[in-house]
Design a protein around this ligand. Structure first.
Ligand SMILES: N[C@@H](CCC(=O)N[C@@H](CS)C(=O)NCC(=O)O)C(=O)O
Length: 212
């Protein structure tokens, strides 16, 4: 049985759970929080981050490594494109969504919500700087990539759509709405994907917002 070690409110854990659900693979969740990670978690996740995955004796940390493993292990219902060019672009979007987009999205959750879990006060100046300075260039890039598309790559839902939607869900968990006025393509695209059964079930299990 696949076990995902981490908290479901992490966008990176959510990415692995959406992959598992899309592929119809059973899993269990071992709730681990990383601030700080327990000693036992470091054995399967040397950087102390979540998620990590175990499958029997096998341990793999990092959401991208986990999703790559799941794709090879469970090739039915693929979430990575087979076309080489689309595959390369999918890896790029996944990396961008995991490393650049969070500066504009998950950073709001961290500074508004996670800090309180760590018994600290949110810094409103930091939050405003993210909204006014950090978000525009990042959102502008994504808006121009999405245009009128439903899927970033071809006609299929892929890891690119999963990784990007995960980060916007995290932003919404901070109480921030999607940028409907300034970035209508992002808003339409994220709204569409977060209503997929895989995303909706996970979102409605978390305590932050409810979808019909
Ligand atoms: N590249 C990693 C990022 C994982 C990550 O940063 N997870 C956060 C929680 S959302 C974490 O564990 N942070 C703890 C830390 O950085 O020490 C992945 O994709 O799994």
């Amino acid at each position: 049985m696949i076990t995902i070690h981490g908290s479901p409110i992490s966008p990176f854990v959510r990415k692995t759970l959406v992959c598992l659900i899309e592929k119809g693979v059973d899993y269990e969740l071992n709730p681990v929080t990383p601030f700080p990670a327990p000693e036992s978690h470091l054995k399967i996740s040397p950087l102390g981050k979540i998620p990590a995955m175990t499958d029997g004796e096998l341990a793999i940390p990092d959401s991208s490594a986990i999703c790559g493993y799941l794709e090879k292990r469970y090739p039915d219902h693929p979430v990575y494109p087979t076309d080489p060019a689309d595959y390369g672009r999918a890896l790029w979007y996944e990396d961008w969504a995991d490393n650049e987009l969070p500066k504009a999205t998950a950073a709001l959750f961290f500074n508004r919500v996670a800090v309180k879990m760590m018994k600290q006060e949110p810094d409103e100046a930091v939050i405003q700087r993210i909204i006014t300075d950090v978000q525009p260039p990042i959102f502008d890039y994504l808006e121009s990539e999405i245009e009128d598309r439903t899927y970033l790559l071809g006609d299929d839902f892929s890891i690119a759509d999963i990784a990007i939607t995960c980060q916007f869900v995290q932003m919404m968990y901070s109480g921030e709405a999607l940028p409907a006025e300034s970035h209508p393509s992002i808003t339409r695209y994220v709204t569409h994907h977060m209503h997929r059964d895989s995303f909706k079930g996970l979102i409605n299990s978390d305590p932050f917002m409810k979808l019909d």
